[in-house]
Design a protein around this ligand. Sequence first.
Ligand code: ATP
Length: 249
Amino acid sequence: MGDKILETIGLTVQFGGFKAISDLNFSVNQGELRVILGPNGAGKTTLMDLITGKTKPTSGRILYDNHEISGMEPYQTAKLGIGRKFQNPHVFDNMTVMENIEVAFRGFDRVFQALFYQKKADIKDRIEHILSTIGLKSKADRMAANLSHGERQWLEIGMLLAQDPKLIILDEPTAGMTAEETYKTGELILTVFKDRSVIVVEHDMAFVRQISNIVTVLHQGKFLAEGPLAEIEQNAKVQEVYLKEDAHA
Ligand SMILES: Nc1ncnc2c1ncn2[C@@H]1O[C@H](COP(=O)(O)OP(=O)(O)OP(=O)(O)O)[C@@H](O)[C@H]1O
């Protein structure tokens, strides 16, 4: 596999007679931040569901870090180090910000859970470090329910960091954010996930411009184009797909 963290080969999933992902060959290198673009219904979320095991492929392979993971359950891919942040934050409202990060540490691994109390000082330092990274140190004791939408998203990014995944999947991390929150999220992603393998599904083009390196465009479950954003924006096939999409809107 060389330095690929993820590779799909002929990946296909069929719902009834409809192929939501069709014969897709796609790969992400170690340490790369890859953005996935595509009009509504292109199959972006389905691809992320396939990688994490939420959806099982009809055919084809998914290789992750030298493991064949197609057909695995989400808890298995999580154990192997694939971490996902959903569009709507999955934080525990009835817990404080600090407790949410603590739970993310504890829940990840049973061995770690057993060691948790012995290593409390060490864990505390790591939790504090994560809280300052996501800019929520001063709100550590606040209930998660009382955070703003942007802060809840950052808290979930902190929970991902606590799990220390090898491959991070971010599903529209700026959905519902103000322009300022979106920019701050871009900065956060560029700093905290630097040198990590990250896949970001996103629509906000200003945000994509801020963070992007290589962009992969999907259309109707198929690979359409791939390259630096500036190149992709000039791509005739991509322009056609997005223009058609606008015409239907
Ligand atoms: N469980 C399912 N059963 C039937 N059809 C599905 C299922 N999941 C997804 N689809 C269909 O597969 C296609 C791809 O959906 P998907 O959500 O992956 O697209 P997307 O690129 O993430 O779109 P959006 O940008 O709107 O989120 C859509 O036509 C959707 O209706």
